[in-house]
Ligand binder design. Structure first.
Ligand code: GLC
Length: 585
């Protein structure tokens, strides 16, 4: 969710200018490993192997020239996604919506907003995607509706309306006083007074997004019916929005006040009574039962900005009966190139008590893009490759955000009047909102980077699109895009990388993150070495304890180029921000 990185963490910029160049083409795995790999693939659910790609539909491809992306635009780009190696797309909401929160304020859960197309366009997208072995995952927003949803119109009409209890209504403490001090994530009180019935309603996000009352069984039924509507149309699962916010404590106690103020000028509080209540897990189990009734292993992905790995682990359920892929915000929010921090978190989640599949990402529609968030201002392109290698070589289901593969950067508005995202309007100038990470996809160097023929796309296309675009980068073997493509091919073809265990190496190294991916019961092992510092580093690996007797590693991919020769493990040098992925079998 909105654990927005408040600042970019610059690293000391020293060292060599990196001329990244392609390493050696990867070798084909031996026949036996390949056979074992195909067997494992048929046994495992698809989401254990898939690379998932998030599309922000307003910004991917505009097919009708209105300046906003749409479903037919996405369909027209499916070949690109297939060729990249994407196996599932999660599309941010496209339901009818007044678009206060750009689709996360839904006024009808079983239709498509005309801005994006029709249900027929959606069906065509699902079918065309299927032909290319790409699954479609819907965004599902259970915590709140739009204030324009007919349910809320009814609920708000009178205190005795049958849908009154579908939302969270309470009396104020006294005249002009909300029921308690609970705050919205988007600033100020989470209660809005409604003059029709002289009560307050609760909204965890904008005032235009009233929270549903998940203690009401009719609400649950209506929402599960909506899930079935999309499963019946062939979707492969849901990304569940803001799931830990579903319940509020009935006692209405004030939240504890913390020191300082937030970006909106409110006192900081701990969201103790509105966040992560145990009842959330009851709902996740019910949602899991809904999807499990469908063939093809539909997946649940949760937006789970949990405070620690222990809380994140609970999302899997005690009997693999909740969410298969809770998004790991711990990894996403490291926000600096720190080998010790990544190592600690990767180890913790890899060993999670539920035995759940890790799910990593670095960018999404709520967070400044990784190119600038992890970049040091000098070596950003090389660092973008390092982050790509981290995402695509760890033991996890990786989640990419559109445009990260071409090194798109955050383009934050410079004038308040240009801001689209309401949190930028409320929080300006400290909180400038999320427009910067939602700018149009950069396809080529033509007008509006090939995104739209309109005079004015909904967000501006930055000048960097002249160089950072799909067409230009496809022709450049050293581009970020070419690097992603090579990594994705390698991940597909190397069983150890795709399915192997994760074995951390050199656990005390402050700069170099290194691990083995090893296929159990086979000699297949891949060594990954990521230098997270601005200086060349020489390290020593002793892999005997990991059952590897080899004394050298042969590169499959290395940037900057390290030559084609095997490198001795006892004296292993990796350049500044360098990436080495190689075989040790
Ligand atoms: C989630 C979405 C975010 C949205 C919020 C409220 O955090 O990712 O974009 O604003 O929920 O629905």
């Amino acid at each position: 969710m909105l654990n927005r990185a408040k600042s970019i963490f610059p690293l000391v910029a020293i060292g060599l200018c990196l001329a990244a160049s392609p390493g050696r083409a990867h070798q084909a795995p031996p026949q036996s490993a390949k056979a074992e790999h195909s067997l494992q693939k048929t046994q495992d659910p698809w989401w254990k192997h898939a690379v998932i790609y998030e599309i922000y539909p307003r910004s991917f491809q505009d097919s009708n020239g209105d300046g906003v992306g749409d479903i037919n635009g996405i369909t027209s780009r499916l070949d690109y996604l297939r060729d990249l190696g994407i196996e599932a797309i999660w599309i941010s909401p496209m339901y009818p919506s007044p678009l206060v929160d750009f689709g996360y304020d839904i006024s009808d859960y079983t239709s498509i907003d005309p801005l994006y197309g029709t249900l027929a366009d959606f069906d065509r997208l699902v079918n065309e995607a299927k032909k290319r072995n790409i699954r479609v995952i819907m965004d599902f927003v259970p915590n709140h509706t739009s204030e324009h949803h007919p349910w809320f119109a009814e609920s708000h009409a009178s205190r005795t309306n049958p849908k009154r209890d579908w939302y969270v209504w309470r009396d104020g403490k006294g005249p002009g006083q909300p029921p308690n001090n609970w705050q919205s994530w988007f600033g100020h009180s989470a209660w809005k007074f409604d003059t029709t019935t002289n009560q307050y309603y609760y909204h965890h996000f904008y005032t235009e997004q009233p929270d549903l009352n998940w203690r009401n069984p009719q609400v649950r039924k209506a929402m599960y019916d909506a899930m079935r509507f999309w499963l019946d149309r062939g979707v492969a699962g849901f990304r569940i929005d803001a799931v830990s916010r579903l319940f509020e404590a009935p006692n209405l106690h004030d939240d504890p006040i913390l020191p300082g103020k937030n970006a909106y000028g409110d006192p900081n509080i701990a969201h103790k009574y509105t966040d992560n209540l145990p009842e959330v897990h009851e709902v996740l189990r019910e949602m899991r039962r809904v999807v499990d009734k469908y063939p093809g292993n539909p997946v649940l992905i949760s937006e789970a900005d949990e405070p620690n790995i222990a809380e994140l682990t609970k999302m899997y359920g005690s009997k693999d009966d909740e969410v298969q892929l809770p998004m790991d915000f711990q990894i996403a929010d490291v926000n600096k190139l720190s080998a010790p921090d990544f190592r600690r978190l990767l180890n913790e989640i890899d060993q999670n008590a539920a035995g759940g599949q890790p799910h990593y990402f670095f960018s999404n529609h709520d967070q400044p893009r990784q190119w600038d968030r992890y970049g040091d201002g000098v070596h950003n392109d090389q660092i973008a490759k390092l982050m790509a290698a981290l995402l695509l070589t760890t033991r996890a289901t990786p989640l990419m955000y559109y445009g990260e593969e071409i090194g798109m950067r955050t383009t934050t508005p410079v004038r308040k009047e240009d801001v689209q995202d309401p949190i930028g309007k409320i929080g300006w100038p400290e909180e400038k909102g999320r427009d910067g990470e939602r700018t149009p996809m950069q396809w080529d160097a033509s007008k509006n980077a090939g995104f739209s023929t309109s005079q004015r796309p909904w967000l501006p296309v930055p000048p960097s699109s002249a160089e950072n675009n799909v067409k230009a980068e496809s022709q450049d073997p050293n581009s970020i895009l070419s690097f992603y493509k090579r990594l994705l091919v390698l991940r597909q073809s190397e069983p150890a990388l795709r399915d192997g265990s994760y074995l951390p190496l050199n656990r005390d190294d402050p700069f170099v993150l290194a691990y083995l991916r090893k296929k159990p019961g086979s000699d297949d092992a891949i060594l990954v070495v990521l230098n997270m510092s601005a200086e060349s580093r020489t390290v020593r690996f002793d892999l005997a304890a990991n059952g590897v007797r080899e004394s050298s590693a042969r590169p499959l991919i290395a940037v900057p180029e390290m030559g084609h020769e095997a490198t001795l493990l006892v004296h292993f040098t990796v350049p500044a921000f360098g990436v080495f992925i190689g075989t040790v079998h």
